[in-house]
Design a protein around this ligand. Structure first.
Ligand SMILES: Nc1ncnc2c1ncn2[C@@H]1O[C@H](COP(=O)(O)OP(=O)(O)OP(=O)(O)O)[C@@H](O)[C@H]1O
Ligand SMILES: [Mg+2]
Length: 539
């Protein structure tokens, strides 16, 4: 097993989803009871594990004699209705051929979106399938052939594709569980003229097929763009209103997330230096499996052959994965934030402002210099789109805590970033809370503080980079190269000062870099080096 995996996981690699998987399996079983319909919608934020869950369900039915599970991935496939329906029809046929054991003799169709030679290889497989003499397969093949050849402007046989699973199930005495992953994307089909000409409103058409002509086929739809999906399924004016029951997918429960971390680490041959690190990771990632994997992966890279993951490895792991130039979580959250903003573009600045801490509408209005009525309107919309939640009378937080953490670190201007109690070495966290108590806005481990220092202290547009050390006595020596690196950093990023802070468990002392004493091998802090105990005096 590897720490960082981008695609769906199943079997032993899938943690804490037994309940969800069992619920869905129960729903699949009802497919054999005529008249009993069991439509489910799986909803959860991005990368929470929806696709993994449905692949696990499919895996469990692989050896089942008469239940065919077909997963239709709607993501990035709905801009062309013809291609989408070809993919749908061939997926249904492939599953049927495999289940019935015909696939060994006929072969199966490749993915029409990914295989450029699809139309060239199609006739050969179609020929072999025809020799089976199954009527429903014949009509499926015909529908695909037409879709491959029909000139623009001609009416499309989409209805033949929609009803294919039902016909095949009847004729072949099997059952179908159809699963549409990222179903909200199909809304794109609705606008296409060729779809309208062929079947009118596609959702109304599907509803009449799925609900009224239901005999041996059951439907599940999933999605991460919650606002769009819920609009399709829950708006009383929309065709699917009231037809689907919700299964909400959230992060792993804490003990399971813990088990996941421990299992992954031990499989890779790493251990965490202390139990607190585990808690930090759990707090930060909120049980989101993808984030856990990515931070662990980055932290273990930092630990390297040492094999013991130390606090600074976790700190840099968070930094690398969330904020680093090539950090996969950075890329993931960049897209995720973009999705939220796309859902409600005017809310962008409001979202950034909320991320700085759970705020009231008044504070946001003040921050953005927008009248409170305008802010209230934005907040209402963002809440309706499931991006933020109102907690505790007029205070707002993100629905997804990890997204909030990232937005704060990556998008906010120089304000307090990661909670000082959350990440970092112990002494860094102590210093961070000490500075906060002094009313300083603190940038902590966001991209701004990357480099030779541990923390960046911000106050009224002045930024000071701080390197903090725990000491027994107030003495410290830097090698020349380390000292020069700090000096270069201060200049390069336009910090007002570079500061070294020593802490002896009782007090913090702050020394400006230029006050350090030059020695033969570098620079030292001694009893005589000037310092201040008041961080505000540095400003
Ligand atoms: N229960 C889990 N146990 C272990 N890892 C998981 C689990 N769920 C998700 N993951 C990790 O998260 C990644 C994303 O999972 P998956 O693709 O199933 O999520 P998704 O919700 O479908 O994401 P998207 O929004 O991108 O469609 C997986 O590659 C895997 O690394
Ligand atoms: Mg998915």
């Amino acid at each position: 097993m590897s720490l960082s995996i981008a695609g769906p996981v199943f079997g032993d690699a899938l943690f804490d989803r037994e309940e969800e998987v069992e619920d869905i399996c129960k729903c699949v079983e009802t497919v054999k009871t005529p008249q009993k319909r069991c439509f489910y919608t799986l909803q959860g934020v991005r990368k929470i594990g929806k696709t993994s869950i449905i692949h696990e369900v499919k895996r469990r039915y692989a050896a089942h004699p008469d239940i065919c599970v077909v997963i239709i991935d709607c993501y990035d496939r709905c801009d062309d209705a013809d291609l989408f329906h070809i993919y749908w029809a061939t997926s249904v046929m492939n599953e049927f051929l495999t289940k019935k054991g015909y696939a060994k003799q006929t072969g199966t169709f490749s993915d029409p979106k990914k295989e450029p030679k699809f139309s060239e290889t199609f006739p050969e497989i179609a020929g072999k399938i025809r020799s089976l003499g199954i009527e429903a397969l014949e009509s499926g093949l015909l529908a695909v052939e037409w879709l491959l050849q029909l000139p623009e402007g001609k009416r499309r046989p989409y209805g033949g594709v929609t009803g294919l699973a039902e016909d095949l199930a009847d004729e072949g005495d099997v059952y179908f569980q159809m699963i549409f992953d990222e179903f909200q994307e199909t809304a794109l089909l609705r606008e296409q003229e060729k779809v309208r000409n062929a079947i009118g409103d596609i959702f109304r058409f599907w509803r009449s097929q799925w609900v009224n002509i239901h005999r041996r086929v059951n439907y599940i739809v999933t999605g991460s763009r919650l606002a769009q999906l819920r609009y399709i399924l829950e708006n009383p004016r929309q065709a699917f209103f009231g037809h689907f029951s919700l299964i909400g997918i959230v992060g792993l429960v804490r003990p399971e997330a813990k088990r996941m971390i421990e299992t992954l680490l031990s499989e890779e041959g790493y251990i965490l230096q202390s139990k607190e690190l585990l808690d930090q990771l759990l707090d930060l990632t909120d049980g989101q499996p993808y984030c856990i994997r990515e931070v662990l992966d980055a932290a273990c890279r930092r630990a390297g052959r040492r094999r013991v993951v130390k606090p600074e490895d976790i700190k840099w792991g968070i930094q690398d994965s969330f904020f680093g130039e090539h950090g996969r979580l950075r890329i993931h959250f960049e897209e995720y934030f973009q999705d939220c903003v796309e859902t409600y573009p005017p809310g962008r600045e409001v979202l950034i402002s909320i991320s700085q801490k759970n705020r009231t509408a008044e504070e946001i209005a003040e921050d953005l210099r927008i009248p409170i009525s305008g802010i209230n309107h934005h907040l209402e919309r963002l809440e309706r789109f499931y991006i933020i939640r109102n907690v505790n009378i007029n205070r707002y937080i993100y629905a997804d805590k990890v997204l909030e953490f990232w937005v704060c670190g990556a998008k906010s201007p120089c304000k307090r970033v990661a909670g000082p109690y959350l990440v970092g070495t112990e002494v860094e966290r102590q210093l961070a809370s000490f500075l906060l108590e002094h009313g300083i806005d603190l940038v902590y481990q966001s991209f701004q503080s990357r480099g030779a220092f541990d923390l960046l202290m911000e106050f009224d547009h002045t930024s000071i980079a701080i390197q903090v050390k725990k000491v027994k006595r107030f003495y410290y020596h830097f090698k020349r190269a380390s000292y020069n690196r700090m000096v270069d950093y201060v200049e390069k990023f336009g910090r007002r000062w570079g500061v070294v802070c020593l802490y002896n468990d009782e007090e913090f002392r702050f020394y400006k870099l230029q006050n350090l004493n030059q020695t033969k091998h570098g620079y030292s802090i001694t009893k005589k080096t000037p310092y201040t105990k008041n961080p505000l005096a540095l400003l």
